[in-house]
Design a protein. Structure first.
Length: 159
């Protein structure tokens, strides 16, 4: 038989473990700020994809989105419909959450990642009944551009 004292002690230990676990989850949840044109619909779907993948997303609507891109150094040929900032990196377009997680775990020395255009099947660009495109996630920065990852929909493919 469990005594009241043992029950309370067990409850405190369990509650403490849950609180510590919750703080760990919150600490490992990257905060990402998404700037989008107020007239864009797919940007919200991409933000939802990030939330579903445990990102803390803040969305800011700005009709002068091109000024944001210029300020952050997004190359014109990589521009898409929304721009995000996460832990010192720039994310341009429909970059999958998996690629952003990979970026944050590796911490490479470049400015950011981009998915130019709007590939079908990329996060936020899913079209029912249509097969996803294969597309590249491109890194960019002072040393130029390179393919960081290749995706089909939200599935990473080998390079």
């Amino acid at each position: 038989m469990i005594t009241r004292r043992k029950f309370l002690g067990l409850a405190l230990v369990t509650g403490g473990a849950l609180l510590v676990g919750r703080q760990y989850v919150l600490a490992s949840t990257p905060a990402i700020r998404v700037t989008r044109d107020p007239n864009c619909g797919c940007c919200s779907a991409w933000a939802d994809h990030l939330r579903e993948n445990a990102f803390a997303v803040t969305v800011v609507e700005d009709p002068a989105i091109n000024r944001v891109k210029a300020r952050l150094g997004v190359p014109g040929d990589l521009a898409s419909c929304h721009t995000a900032e996460v832990e010192g990196y720039v994310i341009e377009g429909h970059v999958p959450a998996g690629a952003i997680r990979k970026l944050l775990s590796q911490r490479p020395a470049f400015k950011g990642l981009a998915v130019p255009g709007m590939p079908v099947g990329s996060p936020g660009m899913e079209i029912e009944g249509q097969a996803p495109d294969i597309y590249d996630v491109v890194s960019f920065g002072p040393n130029g551009k390179a393919v960081f990852a290749r995706y089909e929909g939200v599935k990473e493919l080998p390079l």
